[in-house]
Design a protein around this ligand. Sequence first.
Ligand SMILES: [Zn+2]
Length: 430
Amino acid sequence: MHLIIHRGAKEIGGSCVELAAGSSRILIDFGLPLVDKDQQPFNSRSIKGQTIPQLKASGILPPIEGLYRGETRQIDAILLSHSHLDHYGLLSYVLPDIPIYMSQGSKELIEISDIFVPTKVGNLNAKVIDLRKALVIGSFKVRPFLVDHSAFDALAYQVEADGKKIFYTGDFRAHGRKRILFDRIIKNPPKNIDCLLMEGSMLGRSETLSHNEEYVQKDFEILLKQTDNIVFLSASSQNIDRLVSAYKACINTGRILVLDVYTAFILDRLRKISKGIPQFNWKNVRVKFMKYHNECLVKAGLKELLFKYAKSKIEMHEINQERKKILMLLRDNSVFDRIIEHIPAVKGAKLIFSMWEEYLKDEFKQKCANYGIEIVHLHTSGHAFPQDLKKFVQALKPKKLVPIHTFFPNDYQQFGKMVEMVPDEQPLII
Ligand SMILES: [Zn+2]
């Protein structure tokens, strides 16, 4: 089996791995880069309007024959690990007949993002993977594993061909609400792995917030109890674990969780996968309508959902009146000021910043300071801590361990002598 990391050997984002065996070729993930050649944040707007040859020439699209629109197809399928843009964001360039395998949750979330988020991938030949069965694609036998990650329904893959086995972790962790999935793999690990491609996002980071999701919930509760005003929550609407933490913290402190229509829609669509996901019509949940979200739903032909969510609608005057009892989802975006303007006594309010701290911009900090809103960072990462990565390697005992999805591949030496750094675009025969 041949393996090529097209991107990810020494960076986070733009993940893409190619596997070839016999006459079959598959890809795992096809993501949007997060950094450019100079390690600066990648501007996804900069590629709008560029042609496929231009994007190939600049290295944004990896040099994969028979993958792109207008070419003769040579790629059998693409496996997606999860619904984060750095794992699927370049799919709009691939031949539309290539099947793209993913979990049900990933399919739902990618479709939702296409309605609301500017980076769109369009209609995909999406195939939902049956998690109970192995999948055969040409010479490959693929076995999916559900993993714990900040993206809902994330998958790792074991891929077998030519009598060899690789294991691709995708993004994963052992400290979210589904950490049992990590424990399950550790207790009954796949055997005889010739090559483990393991993410290492947390290596080289000096993050101090190394606790689990339940601690995040507890911290939310403490803060909600201590605050005698409205509390805002800046979190990703697609981080379901975090929304569950927010919901449970509201139940335990008597607060009302105010969502937006986008978030209500996400939770609604994922209900068919997990009944435990909080919903717009549950106790202590209300929905604040915003023009942009309404327009997106109407444009997508889903206007009737606005009537459905209207049953839990909350207006600004009620939010203002009940502010001491509210936890409101609100991010650093164009509606921020308009919302705050409706709350004259906002001084002393708090904003829980519940994302990676590097997303917290100085300008936003200043804005909150001007309003007298205190920012409190309460978060835990979507990625495994180094000690959990170590446990994983020890359980799987791979013959080779190849760093991927990391800015610090050298740090993998701590996991043993089987580490082999494979640069981007350099084939490895397994
Ligand atoms: Zn991810």
